[in-house]
Design a protein around this ligand. Structure first.
Ligand SMILES: [Zn+2]
Length: 306
């Protein structure tokens, strides 16, 4: 079955921000500014990205009295659920040609062979879900923070490594709203692997210092509650503490969470049953990353993990 983005109800965040959920996979966003119809992430199929653009432009036209401001697209990072719809906006097949912004690391990922073979494998397994998906790097690559002046709102793209290198979040200071990509998540964000936990903690601390009123993440309940950042920080602090207390544990043990006295069940509240295995995987990754900090402090240079 085709997975099309559905506009979610807005329980009280700024009405210029639209949230679109695609199946139970991911939520992406549109920010309707005076100058730009800004899309934040592009989903993972042609039909999904087309429908996202269509709905966002329609809403923008309605808001601005008939004519939608031009599209501008941001990739928060290169993972499949965020950037495999880029071909709808950039490249020879683009149905809605628009500049696509992403970090240099995001662009590098979308050019690399590993991501291309991941796409082939996933398309072979689920051809309909990933129909038309292809790897199209951002047309404008940047490094460090970037500001997009929308006329009525300025969107600050801020580096937020930890989940993956090269990730950015979107901070809207005038309304203190944060689109947190995959940096913040319930019950825990995915750490890429050993060497990335320090980045994850520093990112969460930096986001906490922004003191947002609303936090909207791509894999979350989407109630906008900013306390999720502190909850994630508390979680990783416990993970680090457990690793320090049990520093001789084999990081590859499948029972790592029990051996470290931090069973996954403690964190699964509010997580649908079908997602437990997925988040248990996230939990084990976090524990392994924390053990690696203790057991191999010299290896903490952010080397690619996964
Ligand atoms: Zn994601």
């Amino acid at each position: 079955m085709e997975e099309l983005p559905i506009l979610l109800p807005n329980p009280g965040w700024d009405p210029r921000i639209l949230a679109f959920r695609s199946a139970d996979v991911v939520t992406v966003f549109a920010i309707l500014t005076r100058r730009w119809t800004l899309l934040v992430d592009t989903l993972y199929s042609s039909v999904g990205a087309l429908e996202l653009a269509r709905q966002a432009l329609q809403a923008a036209a309605l808001l601005h009295g008939g004519k939608a401001p031009p599209l501008l697209v941001v990739n928060t990072h290169a993972d499949w659920d965020h950037a495999w719809g880029n071909q709808t906006f950039a490249g020879p097949e683009a149905a809605f040609p628009a500049p696509v912004l992403g970090t240099r690391e995001c662009a590098r990922r979308l050019r690399q062979a590993e991501d291309a073979s991941e796409l082939r494998a996933m398309q072979a397994r689920e051809p309909q879900r990933f129909a038309g998906a292809s790897l199209v790097p951002p047309s404008l690559a940047f490094e460090g923070p970037l500001e997009i002046d929308g006329g009525d709102l300025v969107a600050h793209l801020l580096p937020a490594p930890g989940h993956v290198p090269g990730q950015v979040v979107v901070w809207l200071p005038e309304i203190r709203h944060l689109l947190a990509a995959d940096a913040v998540e319930h019950p825990m964000p995915f750490v890429q692997g050993p060497g990335h936990l320090k980045d994850m903690m520093e990112t969460l601390e930096a986001l906490q210092r922004l003191a947002p009123l609303r936090v909207l993440a791509c894999h979350d309940l989407l109630d906008g509650d900013p306390r999720l950042i502190q909850k994630n920080l508390d979680y990783f602090s416990r993970v680090r503490e457990a690793a320090r207390t049990h520093d001789g544990t084999d990081p590859q043990s499948p029972d790592l969470d029990r051996l470290l006295d931090l069973p996954f069940e403690e964190f699964c509240g509010g997580v649908p049953r079908q997602a437990w295995e997925f988040y248990r995987g996230a939990h084990l990754k976090a524990l392994r990353a924390a053990l690696a900090e203790v057991q191999d402090p010299a290896g903490q240079d952010g080397a690619p993990g996964c």
